[in-house]
Design a protein around this ligand. Structure first.
Ligand code: AMP
Ligand code: MG
Length: 488
């Protein structure tokens, strides 16, 4: 018997916040993956569980005691266009668990069938996107990025029709919550001030209980979300992560990364890098992510202003908070990149140094992840051969390195210690697109081994062991991935 410590606070909110939902019936659910360590962290009692019980639970065929399946309402700007009603069209929130430490998490099934918000969609998910989210979200967690997590994946036995018939699957996703900018927009679009007040209070209590309220609750929330998003996007940038669909419905109020659709890690450094097949204009390209985050936060500000008794009085405050996002983001970015370079503080000239390195990487079409990893090796060997080939050929590299080493020598730590610290922030293994694709194709054919091996690898991003070498290399030319798909 599996027991979940459910306490469903969202389902106690007034009518209009959600709609009841029932997971669709499936005949032959089978467990693909179960994250026992995460289950432990959630204080879920699962030790005596058999595989078939887990398969029934995580396909929604057996409802655990205390579960209350619902679909959440939200709106959102999709590629700049406002859509007043989106909502959980292929996701069903089973409930919230509160673990032994008092932490609250959503447990959600993704791909469990139609809901009141499905519009024309089937509410289902093919195995590829399910395992992709599993892999990448677990990789992000191991990389220290705030993110939703993957608790389980099952196949349903159903066939899902996309560009071809595919095996259907369900992901069980865990999140601090699924509240999004789009949740606020949903009630703002309906001019429902009472619901906005309820939502603001609920969100502050759930995510920012110690946020000082020296202003209105709505502006306190805006301030807190701006801070978390500045930190989050700066983290993404420092890892070469490209979300791919930064619509306002895919940006959480908690500051966790959510919705791993056409996301990808950049290989060769270029700010214009984008992979998503639906991002024609490059709106969500790597280099645009900070400005898009700010744009999204401005949409949040507009929506929150509608909660105010005196919106005019709060307008200047909201504007100031949105303007402050950019310098705050830049501060986080600089701290992250300096840490990648082994620098423990920030000084005049550091930003220019990073910009110059990035320019060298771009000139040499160098792999972003490998270049940073190589820098600590260079400290030990002073051998240019540690760098990606294209970068070795860039004439300004040696002078950049000399100058960087000088900057490092002003710190008290010896270079050996610096190199070790750098290896704790510059990953060796990231979920490279070609390896992800290969693991998902094998899984579609029924072979889970590449997925399992890769999952184990991305959970140890920094250890640099030789046995993980195949996950550290960029794709050979013929395996390079140029486009990624939502596949939903
Ligand atoms: P996303 O691409 O995950 O951000 O989803 C955008 C919106 O489309 C959300 O409201 C989803 O619930 C909805 N959606 C995406 N795929 C499906 C599907 N297969 N069936 C129903 N709704 C879907
Ligand atoms: Mg979404």
């Amino acid at each position: 018997m599996v027991r979940f410590p459910f306490d469903n606070s969202y389902a106690r909110l007034p009518e209009g916040f959600f709609s009841n939902a029932q997971p669709a019936r499936v005949e032959t659910p089978q467990l693909l993956a179960f994250n026992a360590e995460l289950a432990d962290q959630l204080s879920i009692e699962h030790q005596a569980a058999k595989e078939d019980e887990l398969a029934r639970l995580f396909s929604g065929q057996q409802l655990a005691e205390g579960a209350q399946p619902i679909a959440q309402a939200y709106a959102g700007h999709q590629f700049g266009q406002f859509v007043p009603q989106l909502g959980d069209g292929r996701a069903i929130l089973l409930g919230e668990v509160v673990n032994d430490r008092g932490e609250r998490y959503d447990v959600q099934l993704k791909g469990a069938g139609r809901t009141a918000f499905s519009r024309g969609g089937d509410g289902l998910a093919p195995i590829g996107p399910v395992l992709r989210e599993f892999l990448v979200s677990e990789a992000m967690h191991a990389l220290g990025v705030p993110t939703t997590r993957a608790l389980a994946a099952v196949t349903t036995g159903l066939t899902v029709m996309r560009d071809r018939p595919l095996p259907g699957a369900i992901l069980t996703r865990v999140a601090a919550s699924h509240l999004r900018i789009g949740t606020v927009q949903f009630f703002a679009a309906r001019d429902n001030r009472e619901a906005l007040h309820t939502l603001v209070d609920y969100t502050l209590k759930r995510h920012y209980p110690s946020e000082p309220i020296d202003t209105t609750p709505a502006m306190a929330l805006l301030k807190a979300v701006c801070e978390q998003q500045a930190r989050l996007v700066a983290k993404w940038m420092s890892l070469g992560f490209i979300h791919g669909v930064m619509n306002t419905d895919n940006m959480t109020l908690s500051g966790e990364t959510i919705d791993y659709g056409p996301c990808a890690f950049m290989d060769q450094y270029s700010p214009q890098t984008r992979f998503s097949s639906i991002d024609h204009g490059g709106r969500y390209a790597y280099g645009n992510q900070p400005i898009i985050a700010q744009w999204n936060l401005a949409r949040l500000a507009e929506a929150l202003l509608q909660a105010e008794d005196q919106p005019d009085a709060s307008f200047e405050e909201a504007k100031t908070l949105i303007e402050a996002f950019k310098p705050r983001y830049e501060q986080c970015w600089l701290a992250n990149f300096n840490r990648k370079l082994g620098l423990s503080n920030v000084e005049e000239g550091d930003k220019e140094r990073i910009d110059r390195l990035l320019a060298l990487m771009q000139a040499g079409a160098a792999d972003f992840t490998q270049t940073f990893r190589a820098l600590s090796h260079w400290l030990g060997s002073a051998n240019l051969a540690v760098f990606p080939e294209g970068l070795q050929a860039v004439a300004e590299l040696p002078s950049w390195l000399t100058e960087w080493r000088q900057r490092l020598s002003q710190q008290s730590e010896d270079l050996e210690t610096v190199a070790r610290a750098m290896e704790q922030v510059n990953p060796y293994v990231i979920p490279r697109n070609h390896k992800v694709e290969a693991a998902l194709s094998a899984a579609e054919q029924g072979d889970l081994e590449p997925f399992e091996q890769m999952l184990a690898a991305v959970r140890r991003p920094y250890d640099g062991s030789e046995s993980l070498a195949e996950y550290s290399e960029p794709a050979p030319a013929q395996e390079r991935v140029y486009q990624t798909f939502c596949g939903t």
